[in-house]
Design a protein. Structure first.
Length: 144
């Protein structure tokens, strides 16, 4: 499953670059190496595929990715009609999605990846810090 996810990740992101001009595929690969098992690694590799390419959750189901993977990816795919912090809060309910999003936010918050740091970057970093605090705070019994 991981090998299939690696191939799809590379294919889906091969023409994309990140904010510093590096091949985008380095980002999901970096997030993936932070994971502890095959399901979270697969989700990490694919975490931006549906949001940032033409692939859909249905495509991933049709490719044979299991429900544990596609459920987490559904949560990680931000529906723009949902407020960003509501989207982040919804991720808390799924341990796989939560682990991947925490690693994603930490990597996206690494300012050393950028050649020039702008005010927009600092605003985005503050949004990521707030998101991390949401994901890292313990769930209360009534949150479930």
């Amino acid at each position: 499953m991981t090998k299939k996810a690696m191939k799809l990740c590379f294919e889906a992101h091969k023409e994309q670059v990140d904010k510093s001009g590096l091949p985008y595929v380095f980002h999901p690969f970096h997030v993936a190496v932070q994971m502890q098992d095959e399901v979270t690694t697969t989700v990490a590799l694919l975490h931006d595929v549906v949001e940032d390419t033409d692939y859909s959750i249905k495509d991933l189901i049709d490719m044979g990715f299991p429900q544990a993977v596609t459920d987490a990816l559904s949560l990680l795919t931000h529906d723009k009609s949902v407020g960003y912090f509501d989207y982040v809060s919804s991720i808390k309910s799924n341990p796989v999605a939560r682990a991947v999003k925490i690693a994603d936010l930490k990597h996206n918050s690494d300012l050393s990846r950028l050649d020039i740091i702008t005010d927009d970057d600092m605003t985005r970093i503050e949004k990521y810090r707030r998101s991390l605090s949401i994901l890292l705070e313990p769930e209360k019994p009534d949150d479930k």
